[in-house]
Design a protein. Structure first.
Length: 263
């Protein structure tokens, strides 16, 4: 992953703790309206319970990833202006972040797709998609907030699905995109080359499962057990997904994905 697609909280103004709404749930201990600072946010834009988010009931915050969108909005779109010291920027900044975050996520997926050896047949289209998406992230605040993210995401996702199919073709894995696998016992399952795009794997047991070249785009792995699972060459596996799952020292992870400290 390139550095500009990694979150750098030191260059952001805690936009993820202010702009979105939270709903009290297993992921968040409280309700928080959009545009309102989290009560745990300090004046210096740091979280006072950052080291204990899971214990304090905020695993959703612990696993959140903006893919570098926060610092892009703060330092590029708004030129380093701070919503606290320049409150007139707040509405536009929060609206821009709501668009920038999915655009940066798309940039991350396209970058991953460009690294797939068997996806060379769509490489030129992927390069164009990356250039187009990057151009959108460089728009000014008003134009950025007006971007039709859903339409752009649909177009890029169609291309990403083609890249995924090419990469998975030699493995002949099952098509389980969008499958409801909540709590499923998939211990030792052979899921090599499977399409698990958008699959609901909350609380599933994937102990020692084989996931070589499985497409995990958007798969919900919250509370899923991946101890001993082979995810070393899984496709489109994000740090956030890994952070929300339960693994151990025997879990194989792709290069660039860190083993969570809480495992």
């Amino acid at each position: 992953m390139t550095d500009d697609l990694r979150a750098d909280c030191s260059r952001c103004f805690a936009l993820c703790s202010v702009a979105p709404a939270f709903s009290a749930s297993a992921d968040f201990a409280i309700d928080k309206p959009a545009g309102t600072p989290c009560p745990n946010l300090r004046a210096d834009h740091r979280c006072r319970i950052h080291a204990d988010l899971r214990r304090e009931g905020f695993p959703g915050c612990a696993a959140y990833d903006c893919f570098g969108a926060g610092q892009k909005v703060a330092q590029v779109t708004f030129g380093g202006r701070d919503w606290r010291t320049s409150p007139e920027t707040a509405p536009g900044m929060f609206a821009a972040f709501a668009v920038m975050r999915p655009l940066h996520e798309l940039l991350w997926y396209v970058t991953q797709a460009l690294a797939l050896d068997r996806a060379t047949g769509v490489r030129e289209e992927l390069v164009r998609a990356r250039e187009q998406t990057e151009a959108l992230t460089r728009l000014g605040p008003g134009d950025l907030a007006a971007v039709d993210v859903s339409a752009h995401r649909d177009a890029v996702n169609a291309l990403l699905r083609r890249a995924s199919a090419l990469a998975r073709a030699p493995y002949g894995g099952p098509e389980r995109a969008g499958a409801d696998l909540v709590g499923a016992d998939l211990t030792g399952a052979d899921l090599r080359g499977a399409s698990l795009r958008g699959a609901q794997l909350i609380g599933a047991d994937l102990t020692a499962a084989e996931l070589d070249h499985a497409d995990l785009t958007g798969a919900d792995l919250r509370g899923a057990t991946i101890a001993g699972a082979d995810l070393g060459r899984a496709l489109f596996l994000t740090q956030s997904q890994v952070d929300s799952a339960r693994g151990d020292e025997t879990t194989r992870l792709p290069a660039g994905v860190a083993r969570p400290a809480h495992w």
